[in-house]
Design a protein around this ligand. Sequence first.
Ligand SMILES: [Zn+2]
Length: 303
Amino acid sequence: MIGLKIYSVPKNIEDFFEKIKSINVDTLFISKEVYSSKEFVFTLKIRKITFYCIFQVFYNPSYLKVNPSAYSITERGEKAIDEWVHFVCPSDNKYKEYLIGEVAYITEQIKPTGISLDFIRQFIFWEKVHDVSSERLIKSCKCPRCRDKSPSKEITNTVKLFSSFIKKSQPDCIIGLHSVPWKEGEFNNGLLEIAGQDLNKLGSYVDFISPMCYSHMLKKEPNWINQVVKDHKNRSQISVIPAVQVKECYLSNKLNKSELKEIIIESIKKPSGGIILWSWDYIVDSEIYNWLNVEFRDLFFDI
Ligand SMILES: [Zn+2]
């Protein structure tokens, strides 16, 4: 798979499809804003493009604005808010019922190739965690409903709930899950104990795992990507397809051409099932498109 995440509808849809074809992208991961565009979805179907709807689960600031009692609560007793990151409590059944309605809309009306479950974890702004002493490494949800449960219990239950609903509603729908890119033991076993993503169990409910291997913002070398892929594969026993960052984000130092080339090379090394570029919004109208289209062309031949 050579995938691409896209978060806003391209201004010129035909031009967009020509451009992604030229860089060998064969699968799109589209946000709610994009799959809400009837014109865009219609074009995807006409062109028979493989596409996944990115479905955001416990990250939902607009819902929380109207339903503030649904906030996840951290071990410091505060609402789960860190800059733009606002999380719902994973035991909130009313919220999960509401989400099932949203999933039903996707499987019944859009019928995508697949659904990519995003933010299906406990609250953590992991993109800004660089070492184990980070103040961001706090546990949640510690509301009265969740207090005595392990961090992963309701996350696993929610994945199971959505997975069985999706497979019943649209049996051919492929399910992916976005994971926090932490290896076993890292950050005091943070993937399990803080993010609540128990890959050993989740591998039974989804078809592939996509760790968000945004190496540059995490201050990691590109070869770290392959280590995360191996770790996630060992734990989940299913296909692992890393999502990678193509442009700098949160940090001011530039992600240059040679680093991006290394990132791509490391992403597609075995046992990876492909690569997902994050995101078109960074590639369009930038020199990165030219790198992918001309200078890195040969890299994709083996996928
Ligand atoms: Zn809770």
